[in-house]
Design a protein around this ligand. Sequence first.
Ligand SMILES: [Zn+2]
Length: 276
Amino acid sequence: MAENELQQIHNLLIQLQDVLKKKFALEREIEELPKNLSGKRSELIKANEEFLALTKKYNLAKETANRTALDYETAFNQRVSSEKKMESVTTQREFDALSKEIEEAKITETGLNKAKKATQEEVDNLAALVSEKQAALDAMTAEVSSQEAELEAQVNEKKAEIASYEETCQEIKAQGIADSIYSKFASIVKNKNGLGIVPVHGQVCQGCNMILPVQFVNDVHIGNSTMYCPYCSRILFYEESEDAVDYSAELQNFEEDDQNVTADFGQDVDIDLDNI
Ligand SMILES: [Zn+2]
């Protein structure tokens, strides 16, 4: 591969990096969005359940109140009818028995009248609570719906932006980036804080600050093929730098200690993208 051809690819990758960075940032924003509402959704579900339980309690209270009112009415009628019978009483024995009956009917009637008032009061209190909770629930439902609509609009807007960035990425790719490099590079940009292509200054990768072997740096400098940093997996290009430190002497000693140390370095290094 000619040097200027690789230079051209690197220029394209730098352009691509810029667009990919924006695209990934938007994708992350979308991922974070639904979490904001999940709390409100579960609050709404809980409020709905509570409201359902309250409505059930209210209906039961109404049934009890109705039953008590009927019982009271029956007791009332019974007492009145017993009192009417008093007009046609002829014997003392009948009078005594009826008096007792009326007395008992009065006690039952009074008790049921109290119960009727109490159960009706319970119904009234619950009715007020139901209407209060209904209003709160309606407001909450409306709020969640409006937030969901707003969220959907935001997601759609971001998706449209992402699609437009994706189009730009494909345009840049079409100018000369191979499929294999494109997908690797996109993963690196995504997983390495938006930095997928970095210069080598002297012997140091400017992405991870690791010192690279001399021969490896020479290969990067020659620029025959796309080279990946063996430490951080970023694509490397050579750049002259004034602050470059010469590590060749140190590395020489290092290599003497272990002849195999550079065996894994080279353009064919297998990048494990899952571990980036
Ligand atoms: Zn590196």
